[in-house]
Design a protein. Structure first.
Lengths: 109, 346
């Protein structure tokens, strides 16, 4: 990887990091378990590695933005996540922020 | 699938023990669902090679487990700038205090000997390293405390309300020659090399080959020897170096390593003339003598005179060059000062 490619990759990851959190919070207004959430995001064009998404879910839950419960589905125990009430508030604020940034960027461009 | 179980077992070993069963159960459920989908698409179980490729794509177990760990720092980004500032200050003060203690010990005791000065100089890195370790340990402890009790350290390291723009230092003067100002790392590197040079200098009397290389062996067998004036020249060089190092440390301590210091540069050059002046003050400019004058005077007297004449000639030449440089630097300093004054008056 050249220096320019490396730089681009670092900036891309930085840009994606916040967006992924927002996308995960948005998608978890419905209940999902890890793998189906990953598939749902991929179907909407947002591919996330397993090693990024699953720890992110844990982190968001620790921060109180998600709730989870273990439940049996298709003869297998799975951990289902959804947005908590605190998560809903934070998500609404983040969404406003993101839309404002998006509008600013669009007007700049 | 046995390979998946082996993979999960390897991940588990790197997870925090309180949460490892929970994490592995969730990861297993997710990966098994993914595996089912893959096998459903293919209409058959994955071959060994395909399973290996899939797990390889997930990443090495240690990396996967690391993502579940909280971000850890010994010293975090909030505290690091203060740590770096305190470390620089502590290292500078440690150098000064150590130099003062060593100087007091040498002056209070017997005549400074090369060995004791050398020993003290070689001990400098140990002193600096010990200081750095202690400062680092204190800040690691502080980071830990802030992380454990964030309520007690609310607003740490500095509450924003206590900061005032009025407390900012005055704008620093830019180098008149337009050169990039010296960085702290550059100033510290110069200090370290200064100490190393002093150590090298102090080793020369015991190990002349450090200065003369193979020529040192010739000096032992040759009919010539260095005159006693060289001992005075040597200690003058040591003293000049110590003074320069002291100034260097003072610049670092006062945070002035970036500022141009024309007066100090001129003084440093001027005191650099002292060893040369001492050499030239030798009686009859005799900086080299014969080991056995009675035996060799007739045979080597003329050679000796030529050697001494050459040495004193070179010393005079160097003196002249340094004096010209001094005059030039002094003139530049005056011109720059006048320019600044003119600009200020406009």
């Amino acid at each position: 990887m050249t220096i320019a490619e490396n730089l681009f990759e670092n900036l891309r990851l930085e840009l994606r990091r916040g967006c992924l959190t927002l996308a995960v919070l948005a998608e978890l207004r419905r209940e999902y378990y890890g793998y189906t959430l990953r598939k749902a995001l991929a179907q909407r064009g947002l591919e996330i590695d397993e090693s990024t998404l699953y720890p992110l879910l844990r982190r968001l839950e620790t921060q109180g933005l998600l709730t989870s419960e273990w439940r049996e589905e298709e003869k297998r125990n799975k951990r289902f996540y959804r947005l908590s009430s605190d998560g809903e508030q934070i998500f609404a604020q983040l969404l406003d922020e993101w839309q404002a940034i998006n509008a600013s960027i669009n007007s700049i461009l | 699938m046995e390979l998946l179980d082996r993979y999960l077992q390897a991940v588990k070993k790197h997870l925090p023990w309180q949460r490892q069963d929970d994490i592995i159960a969730e990861l297993k459920a997710n990966l098994e669902s993914q595996l089912e989908d893959k096998e459903g698409e293919l209409g058959r179980p994955l071959t060994q090679g395909e399973a290996e490729d899939w797990l390889k794509q997930l990443g090495p177990p240690i990396q996967v487990a690391a993502r579940y760990q909280p971000q850890r720092y010994l010293i975090g980004p909030a505290i690091f700038p203060i740590y770096w500032y305190v470390l620089r200050l502590a290292l500078t003060w440690a150098s000064i205090i150590y130099s003062i203690v060593v100087a007091a010990q040498l002056l209070g005791g017997q005549i400074p000997s090369g060995d004791s000065l050398l020993e003290a100089t070689l001990h400098v890195p140990v002193v600096l390293l010990t200081t750095a370790v202690w400062v680092t340990l204190v800040f690691v402890g502080l980071e830990f405390a802030v992380k454990q009790c964030p309520e007690k350290f609310k607003g740490f390291p500095l509450p924003s309300s206590e900061w005032s723009p009025a407390s900012l230092p005055a704008v620093e003067k830019v180098a008149s020659n337009g050169k990039k100002p010296r960085s702290y790392a550059q100033a510290v590197a110069e200090l370290i090399f200064g100490f190393l040079f002093l150590a090298w200098l102090l080793l020369i009397p015991q190990h002349p080959y450090l200065l003369m290389g193979p020529g040192a062996a010739y000096l032992r067998v040759s009919p010539f020897q260095l005159a006693p004036v060289w001992i005075q020249v040597f200690w003058c060089c040591v003293a000049v170096n110590i003074v320069q190092l002291g100034w260097h440390v003072e610049s670092l301590l006062r945070g002035r390593w970036q500022r141009p210091q024309p007066v100090k540069n001129i003084v440093v050059k001027a005191i650099g003339l002292i060893p040369l002046a001492v050499l030239l003050s030798a009686r009859d400019h005799a900086s080299v003598l014969l080991k056995n004058p009675l035996l060799d005077q007739a045979r080597l007297g003329e050679v000796l005179r030529n050697i001494n004449r050459a040495i004193s000639g070179v010393a005079v030449l160097i003196c002249a060059i340094v004096v010209i440089q001094l005059v030039w630097d002094f003139a530049q300093m005056i011109i720059n000062a006048n320019r600044r004054r003119a600009v200020a008056m406009q």
